[in-house]
Design a protein around this ligand. Sequence first.
Ligand code: ATP
Length: 417
Amino acid sequence: MDIVELIPSLRPIVAAIDELEERHGRTFLVGGAVRDTIIGAEAIDLDLAIEGAGIDFARDLAATLGGLATPYGDFGTATVAFAQGSFDVASTRSELYASQGALPTVEPAGIDEDLLRRDFTMNAMAVALDSAERGLLIDPLDGEADIASGTVRVIHDASFADDPTRIVRAARYEARFRFGLDSHSEALARSSVKAGHVSKLSATRIGSELSILSREETGIEGFARLDELGAARALHPSLDFAPVAIADMKSAEALNERLGAGAQAWRLRLAVATRAFEPTERIRWLDSLQLARPDVDVIDRAAGSAPELNARSVEAVSLFDLHQALTGEPLEAVVIALAAADTTTSGREKLGSFLTTLRHVNLTVTGDDLAKLGLAESPAVGRVLNRLQQKKLDGEFATVAEELEAARELIRSGEFN
Ligand code: ATP
């Protein structure tokens, strides 16, 4: 298999490497792109490794490609962006873990050592990019055979103890590729959890891996696996990836899809997973995952508001009441309230009709339009808008012109002043 040939987005990069070759060390494609190409999937993120100064190399490549290199981190890492795409560059290095769960000591090293610092055999492969060796697969741990047998295998016995975030990564790869940890690696993962390595991890370190997992198509299976390995409770005592929560995530997601409700699946998942948290603790923990503020707010609201939204819907006596009760709530919160609603109350039907229909029925006419029609800023503006919204929900307007006409008439009648 010629991996270089199989990745079209590598072509301009390889051409640029040829132009620079004399001035740099050996260069490789590493990690996920090699793995995915062997699996037969499309390689999306390209990671290059160079035996030498990564940032200098990235700058020279960027200049040759007419792009821009942006260094980041401490380990000779940079991102190169150019007209046809972007890729990452890093210096090959070794890592030594002085204590468990801490960040490692990093030193420059050759490609073989660089591959040995990685998480799993299937991620510890490189393909040479320089013209002399181009296409040569460097696979010291037989990752190719592990891919063929669907095995996620750690590289050495202290791997999970050194970096317990790898347990989350393992669950992600198992779920994504329908692979399995080999029995020895699985036993190591379980004993790392038992030894308390996962509990000692800072939420910040685990955060980015958890948020990547939650956004994977098969993220729910990954969560279930973490529960099964005993890792979920170790991540946080209130975090719930147990079978009932997993089933609830699936039904919320299925409802969301069936109704075209527009909620984001990953937020639904995290809302279900954190519903047993005490509210301030939930915000603190979600913040530590380094999510964007609006995401934290939506997940928190969705995790904690189901009974309230259900009660508000049950109490609503008109379409207008229902629209008022739920407009402005995150769609994720309404979906979760619906998934949890008792089938014997009217809440279920009402929450469903909000998601499928009512949420789309919003006025086109605004307060500015009313001002243009001569209604000065005053409480009457709100009253007219509410009355128009009511009429719209009752199906009285087919066009914007009809809305405007109704606004004109209401203002003329003066009954809202
Ligand atoms: P994907 O993004 O598709 O999950 P990837 O392999 O590109 O796959 P990244 O998280 O971008 O995953 O990591 C790039 C590479 O860095 C991995 O292939 C792996 O070799 C290495 N790596 C990442 N995280 C770790 C870790 N915690 N321990 C050891 N190696 C790691």
